[in-house]
Design a binder for this molecule. Structure first.
Ligand code: UDP
Length: 244
């Protein structure tokens, strides 16, 4: 049985350090074991300090990956050199691999503005020939529509469920509902549908490689500046913890 690795602590939150995250998840899925995957970054860590439900969802997740540069720097200050694993790249790797497994690995996209998850699903359908997209749904549902979505997921039992509702909504939603598809990997993917649908773009590789993806996000979405104050706060906390 694929064991959950021992986590490292980042400001009291668990982070799992593995060579191959998609390989680990796929072995779990082959064993009919699902799980909740959290893509941890500095913003989420700081939010979790003030939001006990978010902290609890992260603690209960089966896999927490070091998504953000801040988390990687924090671990470096603790003497641990690790590779960053952006959530969108893990999701893409899983989609390619699900394509090879065809019908037995249906995928569901939930989140984003009306129409976006649908376009993203179409993009992936064209990109990966064997991929089975069980369905897609936007992330602005009424309570009745959400009930309907839960019933659909129960009936379809997708194996990969990507949830792009933003932090902390997606983590809380997954923690609350993951029991309905116990054999699925549920992954919070933030704004990945927007990127796959071509509405937003990722930072160029040279910015990503130099830990400056946040700067590109600020340029693309300047209204995020208040949320992004979490970054210097996080780096400060990381320095204080490493010197303690
Ligand atoms: N979103 C949604 N429902 C909501 C609020 C947000 O589907 O009630 C979507 C939004 O359209 C966007 C994504 O959630 O596609 C949030 O993306 P962002 O990049 O802000 O995610 P985060 O930085 O929080 O991971």
């Amino acid at each position: 049985m694929t064991q959950t690795p021992q986590p490292f602590s980042v400001l009291g939150l668990p982070v799992h350090l593995l060579e191959d995250y998609s390989g680990w998840l796929l072995s779990r899925l082959h064993e009919q074991l699902g799980g909740h995957v959290v893509t941890l970054n500095a913003e989420m860590s700081i939010q979790a300090e003030r939001n006990a439900s978010l902290a609890s969802a992260i603690h209960q997740a089966d896999l927490v990956i070091p998504d953000g540069s801040g988390v990687v720097l924090y671990l470096l200050f603790q003497g641990k050199r690790v590779q960053r694993c952006p959530g969108i790249e893990l999701a893409e790797s899983l989609l390619w691999q699900a394509g090879q497994l065809g019908k037995s690995w249906p995928v569901f996209f939930y989140g984003g503005a009306p129409g976006v998850a649908e376009i993203a699903a179409e993009v992936w359908r064209r990109r990966v020939s064997g991929l089975t997209l069980a369905g897609s749904q936007h992330g602005y549902l009424s309570p009745a529509e959400e009930e309907q979505l839960l019933q659909t997921l129960k009936d379809l039992q997708p194996r990969l469920i990507f949830v792009g509702l933003g932090v902390p909504r997606q983590e809380l939603w997954i923690a609350q509902h993951r029991h309905i598809c116990p054999q699925a990997a549920w992954i919070g993917v933030g704004g990945s549908f927007d990127i796959w649908a071509g509405i937003k773009s990722r930072a160029p590789a040279w910015l990503r490689n130099n830990h400056l993806e946040w700067l590109y996000r600020l340029y693309q979405e300047p209204w995020r500046w208040r949320r992004m104050l979490a970054l210097p706060h996080f780096v400060w906390r990381a320095l204080v913890t490493s010197l303690a």
